[in-house]
Structures are given as structure tokens and as C-alpha cells.
Design a protein around this ligand. Structure first.
Ligand SMILES: [Zn+2]
Length: 383
């Protein structure tokens, strides 16, 4: 199926209470083997958007094949939304509304935008510097947190504030699934804060041996909070409900502390309807590293949104892995002025080669990638 007709370019200006400037872009999902065909497009043509309240969207003329201003626009629930002639959608509160775009020239053509401000999947790649803290609000109302790191080259207090603000903004008090991808502080340093301040039900790790004080401290905090800890292996399914699947596609257990900890990264793929997200921890492509475990698993890896492995390290995002994932969007979690030089040019070049659109926490702050299972949209905190 091709989503050319669905291709939407939307710019967003967020007027948040914090007066942050943001941008949003809609991209079509990759071909996942569905049966939609451009030639079979039915009218009225229906589009579904899942957007946040208080956001402002501009619809592109491309979507409508004619300038927005040439349509008669009616909204069946004006309390929820309005659309300006220049194509800006404004939502005022959570709820549903249908927006009808009638073509005056051809009465057969009618596009409906179905606004739903609460349903779908929402992934916040929280800015914690060069480290990972990813909040996934799943469409079945469960919450998954993949890492809660105290990132490098960043103020830990600000990192924690950013995690807290994001959880509070989403109205989350319970985290159903907490994944610690691997045993490094930039991925688990703020786990003790999370388990002290929020109810966490399940925790997942690779089961690898580690005895350093920071790791012991994190494990103690999990045990003290009475959280169920589970060791995962490749193929394990964490959530499966309707068209939602959360599956482990890569991980390695090690009993040798001298082994490279990054090679133990839990890799997770989340699929919701036509859209897929890949999370990689600090996995890389060298011999024995986790990208190869995922490639050899036989599991589907194709994903629209890729959390780039190891903060854009030159040893991550190998060609073979990128060709299997085919990402439309690549998220790199790093900070400004890193001594390690992440992201490395080699990784960026490989991502550019597969035409991934790159977003970086160092540039964009916290990055939110949401989807209704059909269309993806991105909201960034900065730039
Ligand atoms: Zn890391």
C-alpha cells in the first residue's frame, strides 16, 4: 500500500504554558503489507488524527489536492476544534470532532478529518542529556518506561525534572512496565527516583551479573519497592492486545563483568496497527553485539521510528540493521558539547543513506512521536 495520498506536511506551533516553540510533522507509515490501494480510495475520504489539546496544526494543501481556502469547512463539534482558512487546526480540549472539507467544484469529493485527542500511542523521548529515558503511553492505557537514565554532559537535577514533568503532563502515576535496557548509569541512574515517586508494577532486565555500587543501589531500590523483576529473552512478548504488540527482539545475558555491557542491551519493537517503533538501548553492530542478535532472531524489525543505538555511536546503526529497520524517523539521545563526539559522522551518514529524518535531543529537547496507528506526528520541545 502506498500512502502518497495520505502524505501530510503539518507545521505546529505549541503555545504551552511554558511558552515553548515546537514543531510537528506528519509522515506516512512504511509499507507493512496492508491492502490499501491509492486507486481504490473511497470518498468521502477519512483521515484520523490523534492530537494533543492546545496544539496548533497546519494542514498542507497537498493532502487536499486544492488550496485549503477553497474548501467549505464544517466542524460537528466546534467546542473541540476550529480550522482557519489557512489550514490551521486548533484544538481546545480533549474529545472527538469530525471536520468536513467539501470541495465546491466536485461534490463527490469530501475529506473528513476525525480528531481524537486521547487515543493512540505516544512516545516521549525525554531529554536527559546523553542518556535514555523514554516514556511510552500505550494505546491499551498501559505505561512503559524504557530506561530512566542520568545522562552524561547534563545536569542530573534537570534530567529528573524533565522526567517528572513528562510523567505529570501525561497524568501518569503508575508505570506498568519499566525496562532497564542495560547496566549503565546513563540508562538507569534515575531509576531509584522513579520507583520512589511512582508506582512501578514490573521491571525487566537482561539478568546480567553486575556488582558495582550504582547497580546494587538501583537493584536495592527496585527490591525495596516490592517490584516484580523479570529477566527477558529474545522473542518474549511483554504486551499483546488486539493490534498492539510489545516484543523483545534483542538482548544478551552475561555472567562475566568484563563483557561489554552495551552488548547486553534489551531491544524492543512496539507495533500498533500500521506503525512500528524500535528501541535499541546501546546496541551496536560489531561481532557479538545486539544488532546481530536481532537480525538473527528471524523477527520482523521494520520500524517507522528508530531510537538510534548508543547515542549515535559509530559502532551502532550498522547498514545491515538499518536496511532491516528502514526507519522514516531516527531519534538520537545526546547532549551538546559531548567529549565523546556523539553522534558520530559515520552513524549519521548511514542514517542519511536510508533517508531517515533525524531528530536529536541536543537540538530538539524532549521529542514526542505519536501515532493513531496510521499517521505519525512529531512534537519537539525546541526548534
Ligand atoms: Zn548509553
Amino acid at each position: 500500500m502506498k500512502f502518497k495520498k495520505l502524505f501530510v506536511q503539518i507545521l505546529l506551533l505549541i503555545c504551552s504554558l511554558f511558552l515553548l516553540t515546537s514543531c510537528v510533522q506528519l509522515v506516512p507509515p512504511v509499507n507493512n503489507g496492508g491492502n490499501t490501494n491509492d486507486n481504490e480510495k473511497q470518498y468521502p475520504y477519512e483521515l484520523s488524527l490523534d492530537i494533543c489539546s492546545y496544539d496548533f496544526y497546519q494542514l498542507s494543501d497537498e493532502l487536499f489536492e486544492m488550496p485549503i481556502s477553497s474548501y467549505d469547512i464544517t466542524i460537528d463539534n466546534p467546542m473541540i476544534a476550529s480550522v482557519s482558512n489557512s489550514g490551521y487546526i486548533t484544538t481546545y480540549m480533549e474529545g472527538n470532532a469530525n471536520i468536513y472539507f467539501d470541495n465546491k467544484i466536485n461534490d463527490d469529493y469530501n475529506t473528513i478529518i476525525k480528531l481524537n485527542t486521547s487515543k493512540g500511542i505516544k512516545v516521549d523521548y525525554i531529554d536527559v542529556g546523553q542518556g535514555d529515558a523514554i516514556l511510552v503511553s500505550l494505546p491499551n492505557d498501559e505505561v512503559m518506561m524504557i530506561d530512566a537514565g542520568a545522562g552524561l554532559y547534563y545536569d542530573e537535577t534537570i534530567a529528573w525534572q524533565n522526567i517528572k514533568n513528562t510523567l505529570n503532563k501525561r497524568g501518569i502515576s503508575t508505570i506498568d512496565h519499566l525496562v532497564i535496557t542495560h547496566n549503565h548509569g546513563d540508562h538507569y541512574g534515575l531509576v531509584p527516583n522513579v520507583v520512589r515517586n511512582y508506582r512501578v508494577l514490573n521491571c525487566y532486565d537482561s539478568g546480567s551479573i553486575r556488582t558495582n555500587w550504582q547497580y546494587v543501589n538501583v537493584m536495592d531500590s527496585i527490591a525495596n519497592a516490592g517490584i516484580k523483576k523479570q529477566v527477558v529473552k529474545v522473542g518474549d512478548i511483554i504486551v499483546e492486545e488486539g493490534k498492539l504488540l510489545v516484543q523483545v527482539v534483542g538482548v544478551q545475558q552475561s555472567n562475566n563483568e568484563d563483557d561489554n555491557v552495551n552488548y547486553q542491551s534489551i531491544m524492543i519493537r512496539i507495533v500498533y496497527e500500521d506503525v512500528a517503533y524500535m528501541f535499541t538501548g546501546d546496541a551496536g553492530y560489531r561481532e557479538g553485539d545486539c544488532e546481530n542478535i536481532a537480525l538473527n532472531s528471524g523477527l520482523e524489525l521494520k520500524s517507522n521510528v528508530l531510537k538510534v543505538g548508543h547515542h549515535g555511536s559509530m559502532y551502532s546503526s550498522g547498514n545491515q540493521f538499518l536496511n532491516a529497520v528502514k526507519p522514516d524517523i531516527a531519534i538520537i539521545t545526546t547532549s551538546k558539547d559531548t567529549e565523546t563526539g556523539h553522534p558520530h559522522a559515520q552513524a549519521l551518514n548511514r542514517l542519511n543513506k536510508v533517508n531517515a529524518e533525524i531528530y536529536q535531543s541536543a537540538v530538539h529537547g524532549t521529542i514526542t512521536v505519536s501515532s493513531n496507528g496510521e499517521i505519525i506526528y512529531i512534537v519537539t520541545e525546541k526548534n
